[in-house]
Design a protein around this ligand. Structure first.
Ligand code: OVM
Length: 400
């Protein structure tokens, strides 16, 4: 006996319109009111906005595969713009690549970076705390990861200015080929060439994560091509996300002065504040999976070969999971289980690195900055899948 299914609500609104990209939450709330799974006419995909349903898709990697690509096109039918990454792979290939990566990047290896990651944060925040205000995005969130992360991977100094534009291509390509996508790809060949060059064994220092990945070739775990692709994955995934993670955390905290004051007294709560901010303002907002079989999700029939679009920013604000105050920041809430880093076998490998960067920056700021307030509205960035700000003026006091 099979459970009767329901017709999905049909939405004509476009999640990639400028309006919805700059302020995604009202549209996501209207999707959520219609049910956990709807049909998006503009994209010809199913929109998954319920927490339970997003969780189900992310943890059922056999029904919902990644090898169709994270964007709206099936990259198995229709070549993508670059060879597929680990995040566009399924077991068994994924398993080996993942094992190589977690052998190199894990809480143990990342702990060793604390000293290297702290010194630049001290200098940067010292300098900023001597001013009455600054741009928390341009002067801080965009500066810090770019100072520490490429060194940790071990890539050459030369060409690092291509990392941000490259990440901008990678993430915009998880959305449709609209004008935002084309802008990101305007000088794409050059960015891709420089980044691929940095991934070669001979380009990398001996002691970074990049060299660690190449060592997995000697161990027979992965091929040379896979090693280069794994270094590319780090460089693709590790810059923009962390910048937006820092920026979004500060954007949330600048609106919650009482939370800032409490965190100054109880700095051990900083980690919880970061997770709660990432729940509320998740940097990586949406991506796709592809169904391998006819299935039912949230009561809706989904045929084999469909693209389902996961709205992380909706799942992380689903009132069924987080309660009636899901749209509010609260240090009292347990935000554990949020899907800002994904869930299941593709869950962010770089998480310990991202967390270390975010914690160090926030800790430095909490030590030196007594009050942090917005000095004007933050300017949201126009991006297909990332949520963040391009500028955020803040005013600070330091008590000195
Ligand atoms: C990759 C990759 C690129 C962008 C994001 C990401 C969030 C991974 O190339 O593997 O994970």
């Amino acid at each position: 006996m099979s459970t009767p299914t329901i017709e999905p609500a049909v939405f004509s609104g476009d999640p990639y319109s400028e309006k919805h990209l700059l302020d995604p939450y009202p549209f996501l709330a209207s999707l959520q009111e219609a049910g956990p799974v709807s049909w998006l006419e503009s994209q010809q995909t199913y929109a998954v906005v319920g927490y339970a349903e997003v969780y189900e898709v992310l943890t059922d990697f056999e029904t919902y595969v990644s090898s169709g690509g994270l964007g709206p096109r099936d990259i198995r039918k229709d070549d993508g713009w670059r060879p597929p990454s680990i995040l566009e792979s399924d077991p068994p290939i994924h398993t080996l690549m993942r094992r190589a990566l977690t052998g190199v990047i894990n809480p143990g290896t990342v702990r060793a970076l604390r000293g290297d990651f702290t010194a630049p944060a001290v200098t940067l925040v010292d300098e900023l705390s001597r001013r009455p205000g600054f741009d928390a995005i341009k002067d801080l969130a965009e500066k810090y990861p770019i100072q520490v992360f490429p060194d940790a991977v071990g890539i050459p100094m030369e060409g690092r200015e291509h990392l941000l534009p490259y990440g901008n291509m990678v993430f915009n390509a998880f959305g449709p080929e609209n004008y935002i996508y084309h802008q990101a790809f305007a000088e794409g060949d050059e960015h891709a060439r420089v980044v691929m060059n940095a991934c070669k064994r001979e380009s990398l220092t001996d002691d970074g994560f990049g060299a660690g990945i190449w060592a997995k070739v000697e161990e027979g775990l992965i091929t040379e091509d896979q090693a280069a692709l794994l270094v590319r994955a780090l460089l693709s995934a590790g810059v923009d996300t962390t910048i937006f993670g820092i920026g979004n955390t500060l954007a949330v905290l600048a609106r919650h002065p009482a939370a800032w004051a409490r965190l100054r007294k109880e700095p051990s709560l900083a980690k919880f504040a970061i997770d709660e901010a990432l729940r509320l303002e998740s940097p990586f907002q949406k991506f796709h999976r592809t169904t391998t079989v006819d299935t039912v999700l949230g009561g809706v029939d989904i045929p084999a070969g469909s693209k389902v679009q996961l709205f992380i920013g909706a799942a992380n604000r689903d009132p069924k999971k987080w309660g009636a105050d899901a749209n509010e920041f609260s240090l009292e809430r347990s935000s554990s289980g949020h899907v800002a880093f994904g869930m299941g076998l593709h869950q962010c490998v770089g998480q310990p690195i991202a967390r270390l960067e975010m914690e160090i920056v926030l800790q430095q700021m909490l030590e030196k900055i007594h009050t942090l307030e917005l000095d004007g509205e933050p300017t949201p960035i126009l991006h297909n899948v990332l949520r963040g700000f391009e500028s955020m003026p803040v005013r600070i006091t330091t008590g000195s």
